[in-house]
Design a protein. Structure first.
Ligand code: IVH
Length: 705
């Protein structure tokens, strides 16, 4: 059937045709990827996908939930499906100095309290991207990238093309999520770049980028043509434990058919850990793939479970990173960038130089003191050498972080080089740039009238952890911000975009270069979808200084609804009950509270917030996945000495059971757990009529006696 006939289809015919196409495309995908036996040519396959898209464009309402245009492998698909991880994918705390490893061991011991024999595994930290593979009854059913740790991208079809990833497991738990790193070897990377060069296509900066770019291909055939590999080193959801120790669990994964890193060893403590780090570092260049450090993990899985997690990293593991890579180059200029909270950040413009395989032309200079050669307390850094335009400077980068300037070579300083004068007015809006005593950073005082702050706020607003609006990234925000016909200056403007566009006649988005009907429609649909938003995302999205993702979550869970939150913050003043309640939230300090209250009192900020909320339907956020435990939803306070576990562990366990742990006793406290030596808190409890129990009583209550 020729594509032109799409115009003649009735709605009923179109519906049937979309069903037929979904099936045909899925069958072709299966034949190609899973069975490795293509049944139709690439051109035929592309024609099916184009036809599907054309019908969907004409009948948007008929688009199927399983539409091939939403799936990996579809032409012009605008992304991958999303996968919510059953068990969050975490990152690792970083360590650089050997002493950090002793500190880590001390922390683990302290947390666990009693004298325990501790062994650790040490293994290379693979420089690739993490992937979670879900097996049900032995069959690979889903592969997802880490994403933000909670929600990743569904790259199942692509993962199926990786030879190191088994499609079937024998004798595995019914449910098993295997986690590990997708990477590319040095040899494969070099060959790939040669092929890219021969085709006149873009070269990859390093094997990690090549691996990421290859895995995140919308067309799995491209992934299949790229030689990706996979090392398994962890797991997520499980229906039965793999083993009792990390080391045995890895061995088990290896028996199941996964590649596991042969350099994984057991260590008796920090001395052996650092020794293994040195051995791996010495072997680094000859491994044939990139690693960027060594990961240590507590070996005993029962202890891992007790140690648990902080917000984004486990307490039982740490990454010991290799030293950064260095290079010398000339500093050509210093530019000032104004960030979301008004911070003036100096950026070094450099003569481009290769640092560890990546071309670097920009680096951060931190702040004005750093340029002047002193730290925040006025003590000299770099022996007091300042940095001037024209200087030769040493650039370094560690992992994926922004390159930094480490040092300056004064012997090569041009005679006419002048000390850098840090601006005291904002280069973007001309407002005074003020530096608070004790703050390392100078900030523009223009607030939302500063275009740089306003646009950075918008970028933050649409970012992943905030509103995460598909098709509206930093680039598009920048474009709309400066758009004369369809300006977006505040978050509320995003939600009036579609309506305003309808009044724009020929200047409508769909008629513009680089937009077109489909992308305009998709953008508006993506925006509409985010009119309903969870309270924590909204609070984080507001971009208030000091209110990060974790704090936003705490606030949202505490106040539950926007109305309650707004009323509380509006009335919070030091001394008021609302202020006391706010600062009693564990994790909310005076600085954060002050910043929040100030934002709510600022006229322009408040107007922008009100306009935004008027466009939204805000979803209440309740305490984390309601836990079925006798203390769920209760507010508890620990005081005095605990004998069976440390305070930190007690708190983490209580929280895992759904309790709120507060720092002080108030009328809202449900329970005080008092060990020997309890002082004023016990008296407060008496005053407020709060029930008091001892540690054994607590353990009995939570069923862990
Ligand atoms: S363990 C809960 N082991 O490093 C801990 N991670 O910086 C899960 N990585 O997101 C991670 N090699 O992508 C672990 N041997 C290894 C690793 C490793 C590389 C990556 C992983 C993680 C990132 C954290």
């Amino acid at each position: 059937m020729a594509a032109g006939e799409v115009e003649q289809l009735t709605e009923a015919e179109a519906r049937a045709e979309l069903a037929r196409l979904a099936e045909a495309i899925a069958a072709a995908n299966r034949a190609y990827h899973t069975l490795d036996a293509p049944e139709i040519s690439d051109a035929e396959f592309d024609a099916l996908k184009r036809r599907n898209l054309a019908i969907e464009a004409r009948f948007p309402g008929l688009k199927r939930a399983d539409s091939p245009s939403e799936q990996v492998g579809a032409a012009a698909a605008d992304g991958f499906g999303k996968v919510t991880h059953d068990v969050r994918m975490l990152s690792l705390e970083n360590a650089f100095a050997d002493s950090d490893i002793t500190d880590f061991d001390d922390r683990v011991r302290k947390y666990l309290g009693a004298q325990v024999a501790l062994t650790y595994t040490a293994e290379p930290k693979i420089d690739g991207l993490s992937l979670s593979l879900r097996y049900e009854r032995g069959a690979l059913v889903q592969a997802a990238t880490r994403g933000d740790g909670e929600i990743g991208e569904n790259v199942t079809e692509n993962a199926r093309t990786i030879a190191d990833i088994p499609q079937k497991l024998i004798n595995a738990p019914d449910l098993l999520e295997v986690r590990g790193e997708v990477y590319m070897s040095h040899a494969d990377f070099a060959a790939l770049n040669q092929r890219q060069a021969a085709k006149g296509e873009k070269l990859f900066a390093n094997p990690r980028n090549a691996a990421a770019g290859s895995l995140r291909q919308l067309d799995p055939r491209i992934t299949a043509a790229r030689p990706l590999r996979f090392f398994a080193y962890a797991w997520g959801a499980l229906s039965a434990p793999l083993a009792q120790t990390q080391f045995e669990a890895i061995a088990r994964l290896n028996q199941l058919g996964f590649q596991t890193n042969p350099l994984t060893v057991l260590c008796a403590g920090p001395v052996e850990m650092v020794a293994q780090y040195r051995r791996i570092e010495a072997d680094r260049a000859s491994l044939g793939y990139d690693i960027d450090g060594v990961v240590y993990k507590v070996n005993d899985l029962a202890l891992q479970a007790r140690l648990g997690f902080r917000s984004a990293t486990p307490r039982w593991a740490i990454a010991h990173k290799f030293a950064a890579e260095l290079a010398w180059t000339r500093l050509e200029a210093i530019d000032i960038q104004v960030g979301r909270t008004g911070a003036l950040s100096p950026v070094a413009r450099l003569m481009p130089v290769t640092v560890g395989g990546v071309v670097v032309a920009n680096a951060t200079l931190h702040n004005e003191d750093y340029i002047a050669g002193r730290d925040a307390k006025g003590a000299p850094i770099r022996e007091g050498r300042d940095i001037r335009v024209g200087d030769w400077v040493q650039v370094y980068r560690a992992g994926d972080v922004i390159p930094k300037i480490a040092d300056v070579d004064i012997s090569r300083r041009p005679d006419d080089a002048q000390p850098y004068v840090f601006p005291d007015i904002c280069p973007e809006c001309g407002s005074v740039a003020h530096r608070e005593p004790g703050d390392a950073v100078r900030r523009c005082t223009g607030g939302l009238i500063c275009p740089a702050q306003a646009v950075e706020r918008l970028k933050h607003f649409v970012s992943r952890a905030a509103f995460d609006i598909e098709g509206l990234g930093a680039k598009q925000v920048e474009m709309f911000f400066h758009d004369a016909d369809l300006p977006v200056k505040t978050p509320a403007d995003i939600f009036t975009l579609e309506k305003r566009d309808e009044d724009n006649g020929l200047k409508r988005l769909k008629n513009r270069d680089g937009f077109g009907e489909t992308s305009a429609r998709k953008l508006f649909a993506a925006i509409r979808a985010k009119r309903t938003i969870a309270l924590d995302r909204l609070i984080f999205g507001l971009g208030i200084r000091h209110v990060g993702e974790v704090a936003a979550g705490l606030l949202a869970r505490h106040y539950a609804t926007w109305e309650a939150f707004e009323a509380a913050i509006t009335h919070a003043q030091p001394g008021s009950p609302e202020w006391a309640e706010l600062t009693a939230i564990d994790g909310v300090g005076g600085v954060l509270a002050g910043s929040l209250v100030a934002a709510f009192q600022n006229g322009a900020e408040r107007a922008a917030m009100d306009a935004l909320v008027a466009e939204l339907s805000v979803q209440a956020v309740h305490a984390r996945a309601p836990v079925d435990s006798p203390v769920a939803g209760k507010t508890v306070v620990f005081t005095g000495t605990l004998e069976k576990m440390t305070r930190a562990e007690a708190k983490a366990r209580a929280e895992a059971l759904g309790a709120k742990v507060a720092g002080s006793v108030s009328a809202k406290t449900d329970l005080l757990i008092a060990g020997p030596g309890a002082g004023s808190k016990a008296k407060d409890a008496e005053k407020h009529g709060v029930k008091v129990i001892d540690e054994d009583g607590w353990l009995a209550l939570i069923g862990q006696a």
